[in-house]
Design a protein around this ligand. Structure first.
Ligand code: CA
Length: 599
């Protein structure tokens, strides 16, 4: 190709052969990419091309291109200065020219080392060009930019330039393009600290790292999430956040960030949360020995002994007292420590749901007649309606036949005569307490309250003299729940069913369904019984005093098995919980209005 015209003509032809960007887009042939893992000390911001087409990118990747097309080596803008370096190889494989445009001022280096600035030939090799300072660099020539942190080093062998380096003195702005790619210092440097941990997989991870960041260089979190994942997996104490400029999560209040800690932070409400090895993650924690005060605004850390207590939405200071009808509670280490409940224990029979004198709760299996409770000279029996799971009649018998009382729907009879207001005798007093309740007080101190409507329900309170004496569905009243399932033949059963059946009178088929069989009712029940579990609901202030589990279950079952009048069945269930609360001296708010239950 050097046979046409004079050498000067040739120089001129090469000088005016401006590369077109369209040419740059020609399909590359023979591109081989290999990944080299350089250690961090070798890593400089250098891109090289040498031989007949070897390119070593800024990030260390080496590949080969065989082509006589013009190529952009690198193009970028730094501090509003545009830089563009292109080159082209000749038929002999060596570089024919290098062209550097800085702020549109063209510097062109020909195959034989001649330098042109804006198409005028430079004086010699030690000159100050417009945008470059030119010096000898060993056997090479170095152009150091006066406006950019950039140097170009090359060596000419007369018939071409055999090697070219583009060297950056600092990490440059993002968005570089060209064969040199962009300096990828972070992935390389980052993984040089994890070689021991990742071993042979390190290069795979470096590729992943680059792929992850590529195109998202400005999206800080994309890179940081990746580094964090590796750092956590390898669990080294290496300060990876300093290298990557990834800030720690900013924890609120007095909490501080922990790279790897318990997912569940101890709080005043739960000072010792259950954790296992799986629950380790980046987290915000209190200083050692302190817990998060989740009962106050903000994010303060306190010692457990300084935790306040909560009752009915109100905070109580440590050691502060709270008195209810039946007990005194003191706030201690964020928990209520309560005295023994002094309210008399009572047996409750609300439909199929029984609470024994000692507090055991269970459900009756069938709509039968049962011995609810009996003592030395008294018996209380109940029988169920065959259609609904509610009590139809309550029979009370004192001193054998001397005093017999029958309670049925909205009617109480003493020896077949209806009591409209009050009946009084030596043995007992029976009176209407309100339109809904009849109360019986016996001469020996037994108190019976019967709810007359909408459902017949039974509440029995015994005097101290009866402790350990009674038998029947209500248990033996000895403050021990474990022996409450004592059958009529004196055996202690584990399950409620055989125990309850032993206290049935006559035949007793098991006919109260244990599961919801009506889908509509079930949906209604799930939704409407929820207030018994809602931590911010109207009943919440009572949860600490009367556990809701059984009441919620009873609510679901009662509503599920309810024939007609779903709302009334629901209201009876909710009322039963409110009543249990009231018995403990806890008055819940206007739950009737909140749940659409009329009196
Ligand atoms: Ca007992």
């Amino acid at each position: 190709m050097y046979t046409h015209g004079t050498k000067q003509d040739e120089d001129k032809r090469r000088l005016t052969a401006m590369p077109s960007w369209r040419e740059n887009l020609k399909i590359l042939s023979n591109v081989y990419i290999t990944l080299t893992l350089l250690n961090s000390t070798q890593l400089k911001y250098v891109c090289k091309t040498f031989g007949s087409g070897v390119v070593q990118m800024f990030n260390g990747t080496v590949f080969y291109v065989r082509s006589t097309c013009p190529f952009t080596l690198t193009r970028f803008t730094h501090n509003r200065v545009d830089c563009d370096i292109t080159m082209r190889r000749g038929e002999n494989g060596l570089l024919e020219y290098i062209e550097i445009n800085v702020n549109k001022i063209q510097t062109r280096i020909l195959y034989n080392g001649t330098i042109f600035v804006e198409q005028r030939i430079g004086n010699n090799e030690w000159m100050n060009l417009v945008t470059f300072k030119c010096t000898k660099y060993g056997i090479n020539t170095k152009l150091r930019s006066t406006v950019l942190p950039l140097s170009v080093i090359w060596s000419s062998v007369g018939v071409g330039i055999d090697s070219l380096w583009v060297k950056l003195e600092q990490e440059l702005v993002l968005g570089m393009t060209g064969l040199c790619g962009r300096p990828d210092i972070v992935c390389q440097k980052f993984f040089s600290n994890y070689i021991e941990c990742l071993q042979a997989n390190t290069s795979k991870y470096i590729t992943l790292c680059k792929e992850n960041i590529y195109g998202y260089e400005k999206e800080h979190y994309v890179g940081c999430a990746f580094y964090k994942e590796i750092a956590h997996r390898c669990q080294t104490s290496y300060a990876w956040r300093t290298l990557t400029h990834c800030p720690e999560f900013s924890c609120p209040g007095e909490l501080h960030f922990e790279e790897q800690g318990d997912a569940f932070v101890p709080t005043c409400s739960n000072p010792a949360p259950r954790t296992n090895d799986q629950d380790i993650t980046s987290t915000c924690v209190c200083p050692q020995g302190e817990v998060l005060n989740d009962r106050a605004e903000g994010h303060d850390c306190v010692s457990v002994s300084a935790c306040p207590c909560v009752y009915a939405g109100r905070n109580y200071a440590p050691r502060e007292e709270r008195r209810t009808k039946c007990q005194i509670c003191v706030c201690n280490n964020g928990k209520w420590i309560c005295s023994q409940n002094s309210c008399p224990s009572r047996c409750v029979i609300e439909g199929q749901f029984v609470t024994t004198f000692d507090g055991k709760q269970y459900a009756l299996p069938g709509k039968c007649t049962y011995m609810a409770s009996k003592g030395f000279n008294w018996t209380i029996s109940i029988n169920f309606s065959e259609t609904t799971s509610s009590i139809q009649n309550v029979f009370l018998q004192i001193y054998q036949v001397l005093f017999v009382c029958l309670f049925s729907h909205n009617s109480v009879q003493f020896e077949k005569e209806e009591i409209r207001e009050l009946h009084q005798s030596d043995n007992a007093m029976v009176f209407w307490q309100s339109s809904m309740y009849v109360q019986v007080l016996t001469s020996f101190g037994m108190k019976i309250q019967v709810q007359m409507s909408p459902d017949l329900q039974l509440y029995i309170t015994l005097p101290q003299s009866e402790v350990g004496m009674p038998e029947g569905l209500c248990g033996n009243y000895n403050t021990d729940t474990t022996d409450d399932f004592t059958t009529s033949s004196g055996i202690v059963e584990n399950a409620a069913e055989p125990f309850a059946l032993s206290w049935s009178v006559g035949d007793c088929p098991v006919n109260i369904p244990k599961v919801c069989i009506n889908t509509d009712n079930e949906i209604f029940a799930d939704e409407k019984c929820h207030p018994l579990r809602d931590p911010s609901g109207i009943f919440a202030k009572c949860y600490d005093h009367v556990p809701t589990d059984n009441y919620h279950k009873a609510c679901i079952q009662r509503t599920c098995t309810c024939g007609t009048g779903l709302q009334q069945c629901l209201c009876v269930a909710l009322a039963n919980y409110a009543k249990a609360c009231a018995n403990q001296g806890i008055t819940v708010g206007d739950w009737r209005r909140a749940n659409n239950c009329s009196e």
